[in-house]
Design a protein. Structure first.
Length: 608
């Protein structure tokens, strides 16, 4: 992982990222013996005897399908890094949040847990640190920003919770070990929920016995809450098959990350369905580093579930949480961000998207699930979408490994001579360059000039190749080895690409185009050109700006996400798809150009 922290935005980005949360600790079995949770010496907060409605709300179907406050009281968590006699060893936290449950008696219902981002929980002092703890009336209720989503979830048949995790994010009670507090706080909420669901003590103020199913769970995280959710599911094993035996809840069945940050945690691949929402006009996580959660998943060998990354046009960082104003950073020289989506439109979109994501995760009907994945932009039988659940968006789509045959990731420069199926790669009239994953410049990595890493931001900074041509007809040819040429069981050729906005080979503000040519064992060939309006090949919005940055005097004000382009194989008439000997990308539609590219593969729908 390399952050875009060495660019001209370096000090501002560091400041903003310091406002978002992450982790590295170890899971605690339930019942827990380490760390020990003991009552705090500070005055306790009595659990609420009845739920309190939290405005704004949606129309309630019953007394509990609108988000209501719950309060499990006050306790302490243990910070192991501090000695026994340190005042920071036992940290007081409040176990409160929002909850809503569905109407009807069709439970038990799956549980959806929302983790908010990092904003000061207590008033800050003269050193700009929020001193912990503070009085309940002074603590900022960041969790209330998802009251709308909690209510919507209940009305769609899910038990929704938004947890107060301010204790994870404060620097006002000693320097934290990232995630150590989060694991304990979330565990305490979910252990109490599981106990209530089983008919035990219930201090949530809503009926949970027979209504909440701790064995079916999805985590949603916003900003650094997204990183925390991912860390709990992966490194802490909450998505592992034995999670329920160890924890009393789980395993996590899916992860939905909203504008996630990557700060302390180098993620590993997600073992469960994953969706990463990247608001195109994010004024907080300005480098869109959360794309890394998708990219590490795509690199995992044998990855056996689907994942998607959604580039949501004109959306910002903060409006997912209704307690927040517009992003502090703003949108510098971003014509595509004027205007941004209103808060109401952005949150309404999230309600719709979350519903479809959850149905795709939990749905038992294969036909319904395939249809939902299509609406999420993941239909591998069709060209790439330009909108998702009603709003303009670009999508990166990853099928399970068993449904992909990958030629080029790329993870190493050698893939430009021998591809992943073992066949030769030839470049005809085409310049090729491998860009390794991460941030660098021509100073730190001599010869990397075509990658433009220090002044053109590709979210997640994945490994990719640069393909450039100065004469029409250049080609990148992949020889398909014997035994790998039967493509008749696949539905599309898929790749991820983007136009290099800094290359003089690309006319400014004009889209790019190329063709794919398949050749079979008899020598017959068929070509299909990309669509004139192919979303992945549009010229990225933004401008080149004169500014002193490392290794150059310019920077590109926009971002350049690699997104999916698909060509259905049924369009290649006249070739035998069961005997393909070569797949070629032919740059015959424009006289010159330069593209960033990765993930060249053939794909088919899942049979799950």
């Amino acid at each position: 992982m390399r952050q875009r922290l060495q660019q001209f935005l370096f000090p501002i980005v560091l400041l903003l990222l310091a406002a978002c949360a992450a982790p590295t600790g170890a899971p605690t079995a339930v019942p827990s013996t380490e760390p020990t949770i003991t009552p705090t010496a500070v005055p306790s907060i009595e659990p609420t005897s009845a739920p309190t409605a939290v405005p704004p709300t949606t129309t309630a179907v019953n007394n509990y399908s609108t988000a209501v406050e719950y309060n499990l009281g006050e306790t302490t968590i243990v910070q192991q890094r501090f000695p026994e006699d340190s005042r920071f060893r036992n940290m007081p936290v409040r176990l409160n949040g929002l909850i809503a449950v569905p109407a009807g008696d069709d439970g038990p219902y799956p549980i959806v847990v929302i983790l908010h981002g990092t904003h000061p929980g207590c008033p800050v002092d003269e050193t700009d640190v929020d001193r912990w703890p503070c009085a309940p009336e002074d603590e900022r209720a960041n969790y209330r920003g998802f009251a709308y989503l909690v209510s919507h979830l209940a009305q769609q048949g899910y038990v929704g919770l938004s947890l107060n995790i301010n204790g994870e994010n404060t620097f006002g009670f000693g320097e934290p070990d990232a995630g150590e507090r989060l694991q304990q706080i979330v565990d305490l909420h979910l252990s109490a929920l599981a106990q209530a669901a089983a008919g035990g003590p219930n201090e949530f103020g809503v009926p949970l016995e027979g209504r909440a199913d701790p064995g079916r769970m999805v985590l949603i995280g916003h900003s650094r809450g997204g990183e925390g959710a991912f860390w709990l599911a992966t490194e802490q094993g909450w998505a592992a098959p034995d999670a329920f035996d160890r924890l009393g809840y789980g395993p996590v069945d899916g992860l939905l990350l909203l504008a996630p940050a990557v700060v302390f945690h180098m993620p590993e691949a997600s073992p469960v369905p994953l969706s990463v929402i990247l608001p195109a006009c994010d004024g907080d996580v300005v480098g869109q580093d959360g794309q890394l959660f998708y990219d590490v998943t795509r690199l995992a060998l044998g990855q056996n579930t689907w994942a998607t990354s959604v580039w949501l046009e004109q959306a910002n960082h903060n409006y997912f949480n209704e307690t927040l104003a517009d992003d502090a950073m703003g949108r510098w020289e971003r014509p595509d961000c004027e205007p941004i989506l209103t808060a109401a439109v952005q949150r309404d979109w999230l309600n719709r998207y979350t519903t479809e994501f959850l149905t795709a995760v939990f749905g038992q009907n294969q036909t319904t699930r395939v249809d939902l994945l299509a609406r999420l932009g993941m239909d591998v039988t069709a060209p790439a979408v330009t909108a998702v659940t009603g709003l303009p968006a670009l999508v990166s789509a990853l099928s399970p490994a068993d449904n992909r045959q990958t030629l080029l990731l790329p993870a190493a420069a050698e893939e430009l001579t021998t591809h992943l199926l073992g066949g030769a790669v030839a470049a005809d009239g085409l310049d090729t360059h491998f860009c390794p994953q991460g941030f660098y410049s021509s100073v730190s990595l001599p010869g990397s000039e075509p990658c433009r890493r220090n002044y053109v931001t590709v979210p997640g900074q994945p490994g990719h190749v640069v393909l450039s041509w100065e004469t029409a007809g250049a080609a990148l040819r992949f020889a398909v080895p014997a035994g790998n040429g039967d493509l008749s069981g696949y539905t599309a050729l898929s790749l991820r690409t983007a136009v290099d906005p800094a290359s003089p080979l690309n006319p400014a503000d004009a889209p790019q185009a190329f063709s794919v040519r398949l050749t079979d064992n008899s020598g017959a060939s068929a070509s299909v050109a990309t669509r004139p309006d192919e979303p992945a090949l549009r010229f990225p919005p933004g401008v080149m700006v004169d500014v002193a940055v490392q290794g150059t005097n310019q920077t590109f004000s926009g971002l350049v996400p690699l997104t999916t382009l698909r060509l259905p194989l049924n369009g290649f008439a006249g070739v035998d798809l069961s005997q393909i000997r070569e797949i070629a990308l032919v740059f015959d539609q424009t006289p010159s150009g330069a593209l960033f590219m990765a993930d060249v593969e053939v794909v088919r729908p899942s049979n799950e």
